[in-house]
Design a protein around this ligand. Structure first.
Ligand SMILES: NC(=O)c1ccc[n+]([C@@H]2O[C@H](COP(=O)([O-])OP(=O)(O)OC[C@H]3O[C@@H](n4cnc5c(N)ncnc54)[C@H](O)[C@@H]3O)[C@@H](O)[C@H]2O)c1
Length: 263
C-alpha cells in the first residue's frame, strides 16, 4: 500500500529541483500526478520517467501566473483522473537581488506575480476543484525567506512572506466552510537545485560572491547542520503534508532548513 494510493495530485514547477523530486515521490506512493511547468521538454521528461517507473503521471504546459491556464489544469486533473486531492504550489523564481532603492517596479511585480499571485490562483482553483472531491491537501512552498528577512531580497521576501499568511487564510476559510481541505506551507532552507545554482552564478557574475565554491561554502555555513538540503528532503515534507498522516495539521508552517532559522 502506498501512502497516497487513489489520490490525484497537481505539482507546479515539476520540471526541476523540488518539484521534480516531489512529483516522483508522490507518484511512488501511489498518487496520479499532473506535472506542470513552463519548461515543456524537462516537464515531459519528469512525467515520462514516472510512467517508466510504473507510476501514473501526465504533463501540462502551465504558466502559474495565468488564471486561464489554472482553470485548464484543474479541469484536466478532474477529467483525466476523476478528482483532485493534492495541490503542491511549488513553481517559483529567485530573482537577482537588489537593494529596495534600486529595485525596478517591473522586477518587483514580476517576482510577486510568479511567487505570490501564482499561489493565490492555485489556492482559488484548487479549493474549487477539491471541494467537489470531498476534501484535500494544499501545500504552498514558501521559504525561510518567508520567515526572516535578507538584504537585497525585498521582492522575494515579500512574496514568500505573503505565501505564509495566504496559507493561513486559505486554511481558515476551508475549515470554516467545512470543505475538508487542509492548507499548509513549507519553508525550505537552501536546497541544492538549479534555482540555487543560478543565484550563486548571478552572485559571482555581479561580483557579490568570489567563486561558486566559495559561495556554496558561505551558504553552507548558514545551516548549522553543515550542508545544503537535498530536493528529496523537501519532497519528504510535502509527502507528509499530502498524506492523511498530517490530518490534524492546517494553517501550519513546516520549516525544513537544517537549523538556519534556529539561531
Ligand atoms: N532551492 C532552494 O534553496 C529553495 C529554498 C526555499 C524555497 N524554495 C522554493 O521552492 C520552489 C522550487 O524551487 P527550486 O529550487 O526547485 O527551483 P528550480 O528553479 O529548480 O525549479 C523551479 C521550477 O519552476 C518553474 N517555473 C518558473 N516560473 C514558472 C512559471 N511562471 N510558471 C510555471 N513554472 C514556472 C521552472 O521552469 C522550474 O522548473 C520555489 O517556489 C522556490 O522559491 C527553494
Amino acid at each position: 500500500m502506498g501512502r497516497l494510493d487513489g489520490k490525484v495530485a497537481i505539482v507546479t514547477g515539476a520540471a526541476k529541483g523540488i518539484g521534480a523530486a516531489a512529483s516522483g515521490l508522490l507518484a511512488e506512493e501511489g498518487a496520479a500526478v499532473v506535472c506542470t511547468d513552463i519548461d515543456v521538454p524537462a516537464g515531459e521528461a519528469v512525467a515520462d520517467a514516472i510512467q517508466n517507473n510504473g507510476g501514473k503521471a501526465t504533463f501540462m504546459a502551465h504558466n502559474v501566473t495565468s488564471e486561464d491556464a489554472w482553470e485548464k489544469v484543474a479541469a484536466h486533473a478532474v477529467d483525466s483522473f476523476g478528482q483532485l486531492d493534492i495541490l503542491v504550489n511549488n513553481a517559483g523564481i529567485a530573482p537577482p537581488g537588489a537593494p529596495i532603492e534600486d529595485l525596478e517596479l517591473d522586477a518587483w511585480r514580476n517576482t510577486i506575480a510568479i511567487d505570490l499571485d501564482s499561489v493565490f490562483l492555485g489556492c482559488k482553483h484548487g479549493i474549487r476543484a477539491m471541494k467537489q472531491s470531498g476534501g484535500g491537501s494544499i501545500i504552498n512552498i514558501s521559504s525561510i525567506m518567508g520567515i526572516v528577512g535578507t538584504s537585497n531580497a525585498a521582492d522575494y521576501n515579500a512574496a514568500k512572506g505573503g505565501v505564509r499568511l495566504l496559507t493561513k487564510v486559505a486554511a481558515l476559510e476551508c475549515a470554516d466552510a467545512g470543505y475538508g481541505i487542509r492548507v499548509n506551507s513549507v519553508h525550505p532552507g537552501f536546497i541544492d537545485t538549479p534555482l540555487v545554482r543560478n543565484v550563486v552564478e548571478e552572485g559571482v557574475i555581479a561580483g557579490r560572491m568570489g567563486s561558486a565554491n566559495e559561495a556554496i561554502e558561505l551558504l553552507t555555513m548558514l545551516h548549522p547542520i553543515g550542508r545544503l538540503g537535498f530536493p528529496k528532503e523537501i519532497a519528504n515534507a510535502i509527502l507528509f503534508l499530502a498524506s492523511d498522516e498530517s490530518s490534524f495539521m492546517t494553517g501550519s508552517e513546516m520549516v525544513v532548513d537544517g537549523g538556519y532559522t534556529a539561531r
